[in-house]
Design a protein around this ligand. Structure first.
Ligand code: G4P
Length: 538
């Protein structure tokens, strides 16, 4: 028990995800946040996740073989009175729908950008989801210990590529590749860091003082000091005015500069970010918004991690608490089936260690053992609360493959696998009886999902399958009731249905899509199913 009231517990929660292109330094930054949060004492322990441990299940074999992190965890620590939940998103090139879904559980996002590379493809995709979902984005420009793009050029790039204006919270002092620290615009002071050559394994000493402080003038040298003063004047005079509404609407991003590896700028970032980042926000349900001040419990499932133990269909359903206090052993209603469930063995994660949760509040994430009844987006609520969270959006897949069982005697198990894994959200399943074999096509956001799918169908259901990748990379849904019979220009498209029976067209290229759109000017081509909540409006 913390001695805090329910309202204070809610108000001190900060739940966020870090979005980045691979190699921007997400693992490193996460680790440094844990270091400053006192959750680890020497950096290096999170990274070792990539190389060892987790030998306990088959599932992790894929992770080991590919040398990547397939599963994502939730890390929690306390800092300065805040309870911080970092939702760690899978960060490999082959990212999956889980990467997107994690954002549904976050109240804000930190967009991490490599100073030399600027905005990269994966950053763009993830940013778009944040903007579409109204998740405020904070930006951390990383690797400032190296040469890279100029700060003003990066601000322009954010505006041109992502359409977001930025408000620098701090400003690098010195020259690219040789920055000595930052000017903190909130505290109006210079913060210089002592570089350590040891990958910043420990907390970095820093010294702070006013711009006019003679000691700093001397340390920076006259030229850099003047340059800094000019830049600050420019930012203060001509720059954006910070306001909360534009941040909430995804039009403005607070901008921080630093280096996760050498720790510079990490702590000032953490301090300011926690002050500005929103606490748990109200969530939409079919019955209206559920506010975190509501004392009755509600939560939704945003991720399912399967096959912790290959002997059973033993899964962890990760839930995000939206209202009320979670207590170990409590009974809640699974809104989708109407069944009461006892939440007996809740798990929380800190780096490698799992611990049993006794109590949790809105904004917190916990993992529940689930024998196989829960699906992505499902709601768990106290018996007295009538709330069903709205459907999860469908994220447009970019990779497709035909799938069939190698042995037709295994048809029944194969169909079961397709149904269960689609319901769980492991893969998107499309069908058309006119196609060869069983007529199934699977779709994924990243190709790794195919490997995981194959591994699971073979391991958990005992069905060997043939996967035949298709050259298609674009899916467009048609409005309900529209059939392709009268449509023209679809010779190269594959026509299928999703599992809600919405018609979908798969195209090989943008060119083929545009051609089909021109040939059928009266028909709407949708990025997501018309019958589900739309991710991207047309
Ligand atoms: P990711 O999770 O986003 O994929 O990135 P990760 O943290 O694994 O970092 C990718 C590479 O970038 C690592 O180098 C890491 O050390 C480096 N890096 C992260 N932050 C900084 C920084 O502030 N400055 C510099 N110069 N490099 C940074 P690596 O060579 O893959 O690994 P390692 O040998 O350094 O451990």
């Amino acid at each position: 028990m913390s001695g805090l009231t329910y309202e204070q517990e809610v108000a001190r929660r900060r739940s966020f995800a870090i979005i980045a292109h691979p190699d921007a330094g997400k693992t490193t930054l996460t680790e440094k946040l844990l270091l400053y949060g006192g959750a680890i004492h020497l950096a290096g322990s999170v990274k070792s996740r990539k190389a060892n441990k987790h030998a306990s299940s088959d599932w992790m074999e894929i992770e080991k073989q590919r040398g990547i992190s397939v599963t994502s965890s939730v890390l929690q620590f306390d800092y300065d009175g805040y309870r911080v939940n970092i939702l760690d998103t899978p960060g490999h090139q082959d990212f999956s729908e889980d990467t997107y879904r994690t954002l549904m559980a976050a109240d804000s996002a930190v967009m991490l950008i490599d100073v030399a590379k600027g905005v990269e493809t994966q950053t763009k995709k993830l940013f778009k989801v944040c903007r579409d979902r109204g998740i405020p984005v904070f930006t951390f420009i990383n690797k400032l210990d190296r040469a890279g793009k100029e700060p003003f050029a990066l601000m322009e790039e954010l505006e041109e590529v992502l359409g977001i204006r930025s408000y620098p919270m701090n400003w690098p002092v010195g020259i690219p590749g040789g920055y000595k620290g930052v000017y903190n615009r909130v505290k109006k002071q210079i913060e210089l860091f002592e570089m350590s050559g040891r990958h910043g394994a420990s907390i970095l000493p820093s010294k702070a003082g006013g711009v006019d402080d003679a000691a700093f003038k001397e340390e920076l040298g006259e030229e850099f000091h003047k340059q800094l003063c000019d830049e600050i004047e420019l930012l203060d005079g001509a720059g954006e005015v910070f306001d909360w509404d534009t941040l909430q609407q995804g039009q403005l991003t607070p901008l921080f500069f630093g280096s996760a590896m050498t720790n510079f700028g990490v702590e000032p970032f953490l301090q300011e970010f926690l002050k500005m980042a929103p606490p748990p926000s109200p969530r939409k349900t079919l019955q209206g918004n559920v506010d975190p001040t509501e004392k009755k419990f509600s939560a939704f499932v945003f991720k399912i991690q399967a096959n912790m133990n290959p002997a059973h269909r033993d899964r962890l359903a990760f839930i995000r608490i939206c209202s009320g206090v979670f207590e170990k052993g409590m009974e809640v209603k699974h809104a989708q089936t109407g069944k009461m469930i006892k939440l007996a063995q809740p798990q929380q994660f800190l780096a490698q260690e799992r611990s049993i949760v006794e109590e949790a509040f809105p904004g917190d994430i916990i993992g529940l053992f689930d024998p196989g009844s829960m699906g992505i987006g499902d709601s768990l609520v106290s018996a007295g609360l009538n709330a069903t969270f709205t459907d999860f959006p469908v994220f447009p897949p970019e990779h497709f493959a035909r799938v069939q069982p190698k042995n037709s005697m295994k048809r029944k198990q194969f169909l079961k696998a397709m149904e269960e894994l689609a319901q769980e959200g492991a893969i998107q399943v499309f069908s058309n009886p006119m196609l060869s074999g069983e007529g199934f096509v699977i779709g994924a956001v990243g190709t790794l999902q195919f490997d995981v799918f194959k591994h699971r169908v073979e391991g958990e259901y005992g069905v060997n399958i043939l996967l035949e990748p298709l050259g298609h990379s674009l899916a467009r849904w048609l409005p309900r009731g529209v059939t392709t019979k009268e449509m023209k220009g679809l010779d190269k498209a594959v026509v299928v249905q999703d599992r809600w029976q919405d018609p979908v067209l798969l195209f090989e290229s943008n060119w083929a899509l545009r051609w089909a759109m021109e040939q059928n000017p009266d028909i709407e081509f949708l990025l997501t199913p018309a019958s589900r909540e739309s991710l991207v409006e047309k």
